[in-house]
Design a binder for this molecule. Structure first.
Ligand code: NAD
Length: 427
């Protein structure tokens, strides 16, 4: 590909990027054009403006989205993000990836995603609670345990989900209330969450890395890695990979990057970060400029922050054997091509971070059956699901000589295609 074509790719918005990814796979499997037409836009794009009373007494209007991409395989499923840059194209892209992710992992779910445009760091806990409740109320019957099931994403967590669940249940007739618990997943254990949900995204990433290492005969106990983002996905992936003996050389958040040649004690860093919300004051590592993060030589890079972080501007600096995408959409199409041409392996996001939605599915099943599974059972089931999906992708990749990303989308598309060919469309 020419450098002009590379830079054209680089300017695509996030939704165009997601569409280009699945369309490459559609071409590989000669997908019926009518199915591609249906998948080319989300089924529903909901945009809501809702008021919240702030601590100052002032009333502010917030903008929230819920995009429901596709539900041929089951209820819409996907996270809710709180971030000042939340935008309709971003939410559409994230909802689209959820459709493919659920299909790839063989979950009976479709794809959805939502978000509210604001910076939670500028709001008190009370303001966040009122905003979450008001947004949930405004969504009304656009969500529901058999229709569309939100979960945590960037800047939302188990507490956010408990507020959503409580609001939704309180808007339901009393005799039906308890059956509504599964309206969201990623809840706390006490109100119906699942063991292992908190670490699930990081755990799924590490199951993928284990499978990659097994196929490559690569010894993880001697591996080094760097992680961009030290939130839910990044800190858990780092922690679980460190348990193999792998050494974390560098990590960063939106403000600071830190580095240690000998390796960072991940558990000590987690304790410090939980307490201070500040990487720069962790004494056992040195602060480096954020741009230097990408230049650290390691075996594995785990992007676990936001989308479009690995771009033409920095992909040339990256010196790793594997990129394990814990974040959604962290690699631009142009950067992806560079990784491919340099022979750097990629575990694509729809596979690498699917652990989160997988344990969300387990939570939903437990809620339906009023059961509580222990952690061993959750981990065992998760490992089977993730590693089986990894092997399906590897087989496609090697049999058809595809990139891992196109293979992953192709495997997912085959499942969606089968459902459409059997059901056709109404009427
Ligand atoms: P989080 O809010 O817990 O953490 C995000 C982290 O990224 C924070 O440490 C933040 O400081 C950092 N960050 C933000 N902007 C950055 C920047 N410009 N440079 C460096 N770091 C930056 O969010 P999370 O839930 O861990 O989500 C991270 C990624 O994983 C997102 O892409 C999300 O969609 C994806 N993901 C999350 C889940 C889940 O279950 N939480 C599941 C699947 C995928």
């Amino acid at each position: 590909m020419t450098s002009d074509a590379h830079s054209d790719n680089e300017s695509l918005n996030l939704y165009e990027m997601a569409v280009a990814q699945w369309r490459s796979a559609a071409a590989e499997i000669s997908l019926e054009p009518w199915i591609a037409t249906i998948l080319s836009q989300p089924k529903n794009e909901i945009m809501i403006h809702f008021p919240v009373r702030m601590d100052s007494g002032e009333y502010r209007l917030f903008k929230g989205y819920r995009v429901q991409h596709n539900n041929i395989l089951g209820p819409y499923k996907g996270g809710i993000r709180f971030h000042p840059n939340v935008h309709i194209d971003e939410v559409k892209a994230l909802a689209t990836w959820m459709t493919f992710k659920c299909a790839l992992i063989h979950l009976p779910f479709g794809g959805g995603k939502g978000g509210v445009q604001f910076d939670p760091k500028q709001c008190s806990r009370g303001e966040q609670m009122r905003l979450t409740r008001r947004f949930t109320h405004a969504l009304g019957n656009n969500i529901g345990p058999e229709y569309d099931i939100p979960a945590p994403d960037v800047n939302t967590n188990a507490q956010t989900m408990v507020w959503m669940m409580d609001t939704y249940m309180n808007s339901t007739a009393a005799h039906n209330r308890d059956s509504m618990r599964g309206v969201v997943t990623g809840k706390t254990l006490e109100v119906g969450g699942s063991e292992g949900r908190d670490k699930a995204t990081g755990q799924g990433t590490v199951y993928c890395i284990e499978e990659w290492a097994a196929q490559k005969k690569f010894d993880l106990s001697k591996a080094t890695f760097i992680t961009q983002g030290f939130g839910n996905a990044g800190s858990w992936a780092s922690s679980l990979l460190a348990r193999h003996g792998s050494r974390l050389l560098a990590t960063c958040n939106s403000r600071h990057a830190i580095y240690s040649e000998r390796g960072i004690d991940v558990e000590a860093l987690r304790l410090h970060y939980d307490r201070t919300d500040d990487l720069s004051t962790f004494r056992a590592a040195q602060v480096i400029p954020l741009a230097e993060f990408w230049k650290i030589k390691a075996d594995i890079l785990i992007p676990a922050a936001l989308e479009r972080q690995l771009t033409l501007a920095n992909v040339g600096d990256v010196e790793v054997k594997l990129v394990a995408e814990a974040a959604n959409g962290p690699t631009t199409l142009a950067a992806d091509e560079v990784l491919e041409s340099r022979g750097i392996d990629v575990i694509p996001d729809i596979l690498c971070n699917a652990g989160g939605v997988c344990v969300s599915y387990f939570e939903w099943v437990q809620n339906k059956k009023s059961e509580h599974w222990d952690l061993e059972e959750v981990d065992r089931k998760l490992e089977t699901k993730i590693k089986n999906a990894f092997r399906r992708v590897s087989t496609w990749k090697s049999e058809r000589n595809l990139s891992s990303r196109t293979a992953a989308f192709a495997v997912a598309l085959e499942r969606i295609r089968a459902a459409y060919l059997q059901r056709e469309i109404f009427p």
